[in-house]
Design a protein around this ligand. Structure first.
Ligand SMILES: Cc1ncc(COP(=O)(O)O)c(C=O)c1O
Length: 461
């Protein structure tokens, strides 16, 4: 990057020259039109066409120069905040030293240091190992490969409402059909069971009764859908992310752990969205007191840089034979340096504690809103991963998906980015950076409240 007539500019070689100040000045409309001309529609867009030029903490500046409160955090990636100072420093410093060599070619310290840190924070039994890759989907792919090699079995059990990424195995494990229309055939030997959603599927049952029933169904599935001796792994999100911020009940998690151990099935927790402080812990599974055999990580691990990991019991991880896992860019030095700085910031600023605080504020505000609006069907979540489900007359069978779209549009008008979620798109989820200032969180939540209170069913008719 070099200075150009007092402004900021980037030289990309003799033919290309991008003037950042000029690109800042172009309107969002112009940028979005340019996007439409060259980016295919398959790369979808949330929140009615937001643009971004710069961001800091929980605030983002769009192409029109408008400041927006970011309650989406790049889909749960920015737990330490946008352009966190220490992360930026670490990126620059590492980029000056070593940008790439490939871990299969030469061993470099940041890769090893990050694995050491992951193993320290996330012990999986007596001895733990970690593998670095580039994205959440890639972490999931690799966890499945490792589980198959470790058990010599091929089948995988996953759940309804799940999201595990957009690669072939990721899509095969993902539930919502909208994400996979026309993309099949999908990977074989994948079996899907209902995710334990007490609010939706446990009417009339206490939480314990509901968990007992769901665990009995799972046990039954191991004799009438796929034999336990064929199942390599069960993969689940401890809190559904794309599925709408729904935590699996803790007694269910403990029963699942016990069932997996009993049948020699490996338990994989997909912590891509839940990990690194989002729920007030490094891992959401910690809330239930269980330890999985393997876990997958991405998003907020890298402070905005693309990096992901599979962490697991050492003997399970070592079952994967040389050359069956890895890749050219996995654990890139610059991304590793960013991740190490990100974790250091999380520790120093106690972002786990901050997530608990944010979660308590958001939950209390949403619960108060539920008392005032019969559009609010359910408020749930863990730590700072809270979902607000909109249903007509609070009936889970009558999802108010169109209302979620209207709320998101209203919030954007007010300068607040908020994401939809849920299979039927009728959930609003808050995934703000955990460094968000109290006043910005308050403004964001007020926009959501105003939007919902201003909508009522008569307006819809
Ligand atoms: C739980 C979970 N697993 C996997 C993925 C895929 O991650 P990526 O988009 O980095 O491939 C996501 C992405 O949202 C996710 O939420």
């Amino acid at each position: 990057m070099r200075s150009h007539q007092g402004g900021l500019s980037v030289s990309l070689g003799p033919l290309y020259f991008v003037d950042l100040e000029r690109s800042v000045l172009q309107s969002s409309e112009t940028l979005l039109a340019r996007r439409r001309a060259v980016v295919p529609q398959g790369v979808s867009q949330f929140a009615g066409g937001v643009t971004a030029v710069s961001a800091k903490g929980a605030l983002l500046v769009d192409s029109d120069g408008r400041e927006l409160i970011d309650l989406a955090g790049g889909i749960g990636v920015m737990n330490v905040g946008h352009c966190e100072e220490r992360v930026v420093e670490a990126i620059c410093e590492q980029a000056r030293k070593l940008i790439h060599t490939c871990i299969h070619v030469a061993t470099y310290e940041p890769y090893v240091a990050l694995c050491e840190k992951l193993v320290e924070l996330l012990p999986h039994g007596a001895s733990t190992k970690a593998l670095l890759v580039n994205s959440g989907a890639e972490a999931v792919e690799n966890a499945i490969k490792i589980a198959r090699q470790a058990t010599g079995r091929s089948s995988i059990i996953c759940f309804t409402e799940a999201f595990h990424g957009r690669t072939l195995m990721g899509m095969s494990l993902t539930s919502k059909t909208k994400y996979k229309v026309g993309c099949g055939p999908f990977a074989p030997e994948v079996y899907r069971l209902p995710y334990p959603r007490h609010f939706h599927d446990g009417v009339g049952l206490t939480l314990d009764e509901f968990c007992d029933r769901e665990l009995a169904r799972l046990d039954e599935a191991l004799t009438n859908r796929v034999g336990a001796e064929q199942v390599a792994a069960i993969i689940l999100e401890p809190v559904l992310g794309e599925g709408g911020s729904i935590p699996a009940p803790f007694p269910y998690m403990r029963g699942l752990r016990e069932l997996c151990t009993r049948y020699g099935i490996l338990l994989i927790c997909d912590e891509v969205q839940t990990g690194f402080c989002r729920t007030g812990r490094w891992a959401a599974y910690e809330h239930s007191g269980i330890v999985p055999d393997l876990s997958t990580w991405a998003k907020s691990l890298g402070g905005g840089m693309p990096i992901a990991a599979v962490v697991g019991r050492a003997e399970v991880m070592d079952a994967a034979l040389p050359s069956t896992v890895g890749g050219t860019y996995g654990g890139n030095p610059v991304a590793c340096a960013a991740a190490l700085a990100t974790i250091a910031v999380m520790e120093e600023q106690n972002l786990n504690g901050r997530a608990e605080q944010i979660g308590a504020v958001v939950r209390a505000r949403f619960e108060r809103l539920a008392e005032r609006s019969n559009l609010v069907g359910n408020v749930r979540g863990l730590g700072a991963m809270i979902g607000l489900e909109l249903c007509y007359d609070r009936d889970p069978g009558r999802p108010a998906s169109d209302m979620v779209e209207k709320v998101a549009a209203f919030c954007l008008e007010r300068g607040v980015i908020i994401l939809p979620a849920g299979r039927r798109g009728n959930v609003l989820r808050v995934l703000s950076p955990l460094v968000i200032r109290d006043e910005d969180l308050d403004r964001g939540l007020t926009a959501i409240e105003d939007a919902i209170l201003s909508l009522n069913e008569t307006q819809l008719a």
